[in-house]
Structure formats: C-alpha cells, structure tokens
Design a protein around this ligand. Sequence first.
Ligand code: PLP
Length: 416
Amino acid sequence: FDALASTDPEIANVVLGELERLRGGLQLIASENLTSPAVLAALGSTLSNKYAEGYPNRRYYGGCAQVDTAEEIGIARAKELFGAEHANLQPHSGASANLAAYAAFCEPGDTVLAMDLKQGGHLTHGSKVNFSGRWFQPVAYGVRADTELIDYDQVRDLAITHEPRMIIAGATAYPRLIDFAAFRSIADEVGAILMVDAAHFIGLVAGKVIPSPVPFADVVTFSTHKVLRGPRGGMVLCRAEHAKAVDKAVFPFTQGGPLMHAVAAKAVALREAASSEYQGYATQVVANAAALAKGLEAEGMRTVSGGTDTHLALMDLRSLEVTGAEAERRCDLAGITLNKNAIPFDPAPPATPSGIRVGSPCVTTQGMTEPDMAEIARLIGRAVRAPAGTEAGDAELGEVATAVGQLVAARPAYVR
Ligand code: PLP
C-alpha cells in the first residue's frame, strides 16, 4: 500500500475510503462478501503480469510454469470440492461464464428457457439488453402467485411447447432451494441441455449446507465472489464429455488471456472453502439470513415465499408504504447497504419496486450471529420508517447510524 500511496495518492485515497466504508457500515448486499487477506494477496500479486492464453501445458506463451501450477491446483480443488468431472477457472466474471456456456451448447437463434428477470432471473437469462436476449430466443418461466416458489408445472409446459435447446435453473433473487432433479427430468423429457447458474448459492454448496446441482446439470456456471468469498470472477463446471466444448467456449471463443492473478486467487478461495471453518461459516450464513428475515417481519415487512433457505431474503415493504428505492436510500444514509428489488408480480415500476433484498454473507464473515441479525433488523426497520429530509427523520437516521457504528465496531471487517 505504501507504494500506491506514494505513486498515486488519489487512488490510494479511494482504496482507503472504500476500506473505511466497509469497516464503518453494514454490508447486506446478497451478492457481496469480504475476501480473506490471502485471496487479496494473490489478487495483488505479480501473477497479474503474465500472459497465459490457452490452458496448463498448452499455452501460446512461454514462461507459464508458475501460472500452470496455480491453474492446475485450482482446477483440482474445484473438481474435488464440487465433485465435478471438469472445471474451467478462467471466466472473467459470472456473466462471462454464462456467455461461455451459451457458446458451448447453443447457436444464435436457439431457444433458451430461463427464469423471468422480473421474478429473480439474471440479465444473462434472456434480457433484451444483454447478449442472451439479443442473440437467442428467450422464453421465461416464473414463480407461482400463491407460493412465490418456482412454478415447475409452468417450466414443464413451456419446455414442451417451445422445445428449448437449453434450460437455465438459477437466479439472482430467489431465496429458496431449487429442485434440480425436477429441472433434470424436464430437460430430459424435451432433450434440452440443463445449465445451472449457481452464482448466488455455490458457496452454500461448497459449505455443504444446500444440495449440489453438479450431479444433475450438464453445465454449472457461477461467479466466485458471492457466498463463495473468492475474487471477482467466474467459473464453469461440467461433465467430462463437455470439457472440450466448454474450454473452447471460454478461450478462444469468448476471452483472450486469462487473469492469472484471479485464477490463483480462485484457487486460494477454493482451498478456504474446503475447510471445516468454511462449513461452519456457510451454516451460519443460512441461519443468519433466516434470523434477519424473521426480524424484518417483526418490523412489519413480509418475507417473499414465507422464508429463506439460503443467504438472502426478499422483503415486501408494501405494508410500510415505503418503496424499495426509498428504503435503500434511507438505509444508505444510516450506514446500511442493501438493494431495492422487485418482488414477484410487483405492481410498482422497476425503478421504484416494492421490495428490498438482504443478504448475510458479509456480516457472517465478520462473525455476526442471530442476536446481531435481530439488532440489524431493528435498525433497518427504524431506518426504513424514518422520513429522510425531515428534521425528525434525519435525526432518527443519525441515531441509527450511530448504532450501526457501534455494532460493526464490535465485529469489525478487516481488523486493523
Ligand atoms: N448469474 C447470476 C445468477 C447472478 O446473480 C450474477 C450477478 O449477480 C451473475 C450471473 C453475473 O455475475 P458477474 O457480475 O460476475 O458477471
């Protein structure tokens, strides 16, 4: 850091400012985590300098002995941890991993059946503003209105009607377990490839607290920086029969040189995720998300689908008569970072949806447990009800911010 501070004080200030932000507030974005110093060390290493197009022992550049070792170790750890026949650690992000999966299994114009964006799907699952919606024919399934759980009957009906080349299971704002066996059987019935986008929950699979999609899917993609707690990046797992197609789809089809510092950092995260400490962490992540949702219910919010089995909960704020956008803003003013989110069948527009999404990965990394979640829920409730911009509201947000400061001081992120 000293080198950065003396060469570029402006950027050094940004880095310090971000560290202070992380230390000073509550991070409840479900897709974020706090990586270990070991992961950060690999990310900030000279491996960043190396060009290594290709794969271990099959590179287009010399001097790859060290990065070959890092990638081989990472691949072996991924296969072992997830029980996968093949792993590719090179995708630059979750979206890049998804692009590679489309490239490996589909041709432009093919029909792809995936979860509706408005009900929790990701941009790469068929949005018109993304390659997935521009180059492929998206068909969307959703959740049932009564249970807010994936409507497997609808998935099957749509699969039979549209005969998709690929079916995607996985979402960005779905708090419940996904029935991978049901998806497999539907995919088999119509002869489709089953892709599981496990970006959100792969860390819980690694920690062995929720079922794995690996035995059911042809291909599993994910980002590595969510519950899994690795560097920003992506990964693909697949059956051996698809290994060549997947590797070619990542490089040279969708990417050039891999980010070897990130590949090494993924290997570090995989080693950490294989530990018993990490299993305890993943167990606590789920317990904390459930406790947070319960606490928010006590504050007058409704938990979409009635609960959570994972690291995140989706809360319906309509009874509080505050939009998700306003709740996000008020929480932000009080040092609580979370995001507005549409709820299933949301009557409100996307910019001001009816819900918020909260996640437990960061606060659990800080060592917080259920009593802390109850306190966080009370603070969120107070912040959401405080009308920012009024004297009373601003005073209340100030008091909540002080309480947030005390809570995080007791369990600091990145201890000094
Ligand atoms: N897939 C899902 C389900 C996601 O939630 C996300 C990101 O939030 C991605 C893919 C994309 O990951 P990235 O942001 O690393 O491209």
